[in-house]
Design a protein around this ligand. Structure first.
Ligand code: MSK
Length: 635
């Protein structure tokens, strides 16, 4: 019956990724179901999709009519604007919490490393440690690494725990942008306080003015972008090394039939870093060989994968909507997951294919998964065990292995340092100042295309078509997360993708041998885009605030609450940010108008929406042109 039901679908409508389509067909033939089929069978609730329902208390749930949103109010009298703003605020709070908890975990590891209580990790990038410390006013000249690191730890802890004042990284914000935030009262204090206040304000009977709720959304989202996410990125670089451009591969062809295949999936790099050590341990490699394997093959998925692809060139086998079907290859001997974007469906999929599926983080257990807890003080006790159990599974692989033979190479690892380096000077020895190329018009502007994949739209398609249209119009694209992997699979991270760019951008790319699309890492690494924007302002010639820059952002296939938090910190920072798929607000309402127009009038950026990738690209291009015109650099 399952097989019959599965045959109703044309999997080419689900994804433009050949490997994913091939594995969807195999999974269906094997009787295994994925999120694509579940999405097709579960139509979104039209009231919920428009954010017109409220279940913040038990007098409801109250459902308003999205077609006539002011016709009625909730039992407590809440209007559509209050209801939608409260729902939006809780998404921001959840997204911010995810990133800041991730950042706090990194800071915990950093503290223990600095205090000598963790031996398995160390400070790999001392230069970065000094740069980050100096950026927030910590004295570094003539001081020991440990002294600087301890000061940095204590200073960054304020990002989370501070109850009054401004978070440390606001020192990196261009003065004019910061002036706007201060005027609006949206400079974050500490993320714990901001998240707590959002949860309080959105409780029944508290904040019932959409403008005031949005103000706290901005403050909380900024605590994510310039706080939790930025700490996660910077501390990861200090501990594990700042990415530099390197050649890396993506797609399922990086699984190896004759190797023990181990996947790490999630978001926090400490699990992955330890796994790199485990798979290279000679004793474990020997064990794998004794089991008949040629060796151990470690690959990444989702954002953990994007981060180590950028930092170390570890191959990446699939973004969010490919994670289940990667298991359908039958080649995955073990998958270890930590936090965020891990579908519960993976547990069922792993059971179908005999893959060993492990949760490792005490925050995230999954029914059906074996839990091997990861402790930063003894990381190898978890990762070695995962590898040992993967070897066991290899010895007794239960079914047929089918690996789609797709491998896509590209250049990854463009940290914000590298972009800053390019801003002021050279890439691979050639002179390529970004601001100068924007001012002279060879590059029209910069676009950050980021975020998830979502089964409500054709997988990868909106990302790829949007980016192609942007580069065709001379917009340089920077990317993170699952979007970066979509474009890497489409071949746009190779320098020869410059043939798809407009004349000006192609000339810059060809001169220096860089691709027209630059991958920056995982979703917390969107903070690199903020730092690059601040650096563009500091370099000069493109205005005084982030809102002046010819820059736009997009998350064309978003699905997570983290994406909403990211989108809103881009907007609050001054950028125009366009989302696809759908938007949780009803057009024509006062709340929608504030997000899509009003915030810009206050000196921030604004939200935009389009489903079609070409329309989305031209919304962004029009905005970039508007900013160019205001700067007097049109033509
Ligand atoms: S993993 S938040 S699906 S980018 Fe960061 Fe991908 Fe979106 Fe998760």
């Amino acid at each position: 019956a399952e097989e019959k039901k599965a045959k109703q679908y044309n999997f080419r409508d689900f994804s433009m990724c050949e490997a994913t389509v091939q594995m969807l067909e195999k999974a269906a033939a094997d009787g295994a179901e994925t999120a694509f089929q579940r999405a097709a069978e579960m139509k979104p609730c039209p009231i919920g999709a428009d954010s017109a329902c409220c279940k913040h208390c038990f007098m409801g749930p109250c459902r308003l009519n999205p077609k006539d949103p002011y016709a009625k109010v909730g039992v407590c009298g809440a209007t559509i604007d209050t209801i939608a703003a409260r729902n939006f605020a809780r998404m921001v709070a959840s997204g911010c919490a995810a990133h800041t908890d991730h950042g706090m975990s990194m800071l915990d590891v950093f503290r223990e490393v600095v205090n000598g209580r963790i031996a398995d990790y160390k400070i790999k990038d001392e230069e970065k440690l000094r740069t980050v410390a100096e950026s927030i006013g910590i004295e570094t000249a003539g001081r020991e690494v440990k002294e600087i690191a301890l000061d940095l730890y204590h200073e960054l802890e304020r990002t989370y725990t501070q109850v009054e004042g401004e978070i440390p990284f606001v020192k990196r914000v261009p003065p004019k942008t910061l002036e706007t935030w201060r005027k609006l009262g949206i400079v974050p204090r500490g993320s714990m306080r901001e998240i707590m206040e959002i949860m309080h304000r959105t409780h029944i009977g508290v904040d019932q003015h959409y403008e005031n709720i949005v103000k706290q959304c901005s403050r909380t989202a900024l605590a994510d972008g310039w706080g939790g996410s930025m700490v996660a990125t910077e501390i990861s670089d200090i501990l594990f090394g700042t990415p530099k451009p390197l050649v890396g591969g993506v797609n399922m062809g990086f699984l190896k039939e004759d190797h023990v295949n181990v996947i790490v999936h999630g978001h926090e790099p400490n699990l992955f870093e330890s796994m790199i050590d485990s798979v290279n341990d000679p004793a474990l490699v020997e064990k794998a060989k004794e089991a008949g394997a040629a060796g151990i093959n470690l690959v990444g998925m989702c954002c953990s994968g994007a981060e180590v692809l950028s930092r170390h060139g570890v191959p990446h086998v699939g973004n969010f909507m490919s994670t289940e079907v990667v298991i359908a290859t039958g080649a995955v001997d073990a998958m270890a997951v930590d936090v965020q974007c891990i579908k519960q469906g993976l547990s069922t999929m792993a059971r179908c294919y005999g893959t060993k599926f492990f949760t490792t983080n005490p925050r995230a257990k999954i029914e059906g998964a074996e839990h091997i807890e990861f402790h930063e003080h003894t990381p190898r006790s978890c990762t070695d065990k995962v590898v040992q159990l993967a070897i066991e599974r290899y010895k007794n692989r239960p079914g047929r292995v089918v690996i789609p033979q797709r491998r896509d190479m590209g250049i990854h690892g463009f940290s914000h340092e590298y972009i800053s380096y390019m801003l002021g000077g050279t890439f691979r020895g050639s002179y390529v100042p970004l601001n100068e190329n924007i001012i002279n018009g060879r590059i029209r502007g910069l676009a950050g295309v980021v975020g998830c994949t979502n089964p409500r739209v054709k997988h990868d398609y909106v990302h790829v078509e949007l980016v192609k249209e942007l580069i065709r119009n001379n917009v340089l694209v920077v990317q993170t997360g699952c979007s970066q992997i979509a474009l890497a699979k489409a071949g746009l991270m190779k320098p020869d993708a410059a043939v798809l760019a407009g004349d000006g951008l192609a000339e810059v790319c060809e001169t220096v041998g860089m691709p027209p699309v630059l991958g920056l890492g995982s979703c917390v690494d969107n903070s690199r885009i903020l730092i690059a924007c601040a650096e563009m302002v500091r370099t000069g010639g493109l205005g005084e605030s982030i809102a002046d820059l010819p820059v736009a952002g997009a998350a064309p296939e978003w699905m997570s609450e983290k994406a909403i938090s990211i989108g809103h910190y881009f907007v609050a920072s001054g950028l125009y940010t366009v989302f696809g798929v759908g938007f949780p607000a009803i057009k024509g309402t006062k709340f929608h108008k504030l997000l899509f127009e009003g915030l810009e009038e206050l000196g921030c950026g604004k939200w935009g929406f389009a489903e079609d990738p070409i329309e989305m690209a031209h919304l962004m291009i029009s905005h970039i042109d508007k900013k160019r015109e205001a700067l007097g650099i049109m033509g």
